[in-house]
Design a protein around this ligand. Structure first.
Ligand code: ATP
Ligand code: MG
Length: 211
């Protein structure tokens, strides 16, 4: 059995054509189904539907052989023990620092003032500001980061931005890019050794289908 862990929503949608290229068609739509294990047209391949940030954990521990996860999730997790053979170039966006319109971020950065930064991505944020030599107090949130500067919880946020519409709608502006984000294929290293005959063709089909 080959088990592939992925999350619902954007990642599932953008992965469907890649799965098709590998001859894999899900038996059910995970958006419509409550099942967390989805069979496919191939008897020996199944999909696990997990929270995006849990994909590395499932693959690392052998709960799944393969997984698809954003670079944000992988960097935040650490990626230990994961083989990452392929950038799938899906779910592309950017990890950015954003502040309220009119907030003088450069001035604050230069003056050495302590900045309060709200984010779900504490590891990425900590590393970024440490590298810049900026002193920050990190405030861990689990979602709706855009709210934090509006109510004075923080001076800045670190979050994913694609169109910038959510920032704009909340009177925020992006002031710094931390990294470009896309989703990657991750593979359990023991699985790759033990089941290479089944896994390598899937990796190759994905690689050929990536634009
Ligand atoms: P949850 O919404 O359950 O808290 P999540 O926000 O991590 O989890 P998604 O919103 O489905 O889950 O995002 C999954 C992945 O898609 C992210 O890890 C990231 O790599 C990517 N992603 C997130 N937001 C965007 C975006 N606006 N544009 C493109 N890709 C994105
Ligand atoms: Mg989300």
């Amino acid at each position: 059995m080959i088990t592939i862990a992925l999350s619902k929503g954007r990642i599932f949608e953008e992965t469907t054509p890649l799965l098709a290229a590998a001859g894999i068609t899900p038996a059910e739509d995970p958006e419509a189904s409550r099942k967390l294990i989805i069979a496919t047209n191939r008897e020996e391949v199944r999909l696990l539907i997990v929270r995006a940030s849990d994909v590395p954990t499932y693959v690392q521990n052998g709960g799944a052989d393969l997984g698809i996860a954003g670079r944000d999730v992988l960097v935040e997790h650490g990626g230990e023990g994961l083989y990452q053979p392929l950038d799938l170039k899906i779910a592309e966006c950017r990890m950015m620092v954003a502040v309220r319109e009119g907030f003088d971020y450069l001035g604050a950065a230069r003056s050495g003032a302590r900045l309060r930064v709200a984010t779900k991505y504490t590891r990425i944020a900590r590393d970024h500001f440490a590298e810049k030599g900026m002193h920050v107090d990190l405030i861990k949130l689990y979602g709706s980061m855009e709210l934090a500067p509006l109510v004075g919880l923080s001076d800045a946020i670190v979050d994913l931005v694609s169109s910038g519409n959510t920032l704009r709608a909340n009177g925020l502006v992006a002031v710094e890019e931390i990294m470009a984000i896309s989703s990657r294929l991750v593979v359990n290293q023991a699985s790759l050794k033990l089941k290479r005959a089944q896994i390598q063709p899937i990796i190759d089909a994905f690689a050929a289908a990536v634009l």
